[in-house]
Design a protein around this ligand. Structure first.
Ligand SMILES: [Fe+2]
Length: 133
């Protein structure tokens, strides 16, 4: 299980709260892959991730655009890539290939390390400077 720690903080409490929810979903994946999970469980996790992506990315993007964040496009592309991955996983599951938890775990883990801990942290200075903490 992944526990929230300061190393995941992007220095903006509202975004940290949303990232905590994301980690909660990764933990569901971790638990599920330890047992013989059902298609419904995968569908549930995927719909949580789609909801997270839709709401959370929109929030980050709204701030980035409002604060004229210079790396907006690069960041936006990474978000788009995540959403596309969720569509691909969803299609697989709909077609009955639902044993994807290992692959999904790997992807989410990578997202945590490469997006949240790297790409997201780059906006800290800009967001803080604009009064968002
Ligand atoms: Fe992001």
């Amino acid at each position: 299980m992944i526990e929230w720690s300061n190393k995941y903080s992007v220095g903006v409490s509202a975004m940290d709260e949303e990232h905590k929810g994301f980690i909660g979903t990764i933990n569901k994946v971790i638990v599920a892959r330890q047992c013989d999970y059902s298609q419904e469980e995968v569908e549930e996790v995927l719909s949580e991730l789609v909801k997270f992506a839709k709401e959370h990315f929109k929030n980050e993007e709204t701030y980035m655009s409002k604060f004229e964040y210079p790396d907006y496009l690069l960041h936006y592309n990474e978000h788009l890539n995540f959403s596309l991955h969720m569509i691909i996983y969803n299609n697989q599951v709909i077609n009955g290939e639902y044993k994807i938890m290992d692959e999904l775990y790997k992807y989410l883990q990578e997202w945590l390390v490469h997006h949240i801990q790297k790409t997201d942290k780059k906006y800290t200075k800009c967001f803080n400077k604009n009064g968002l903490r």
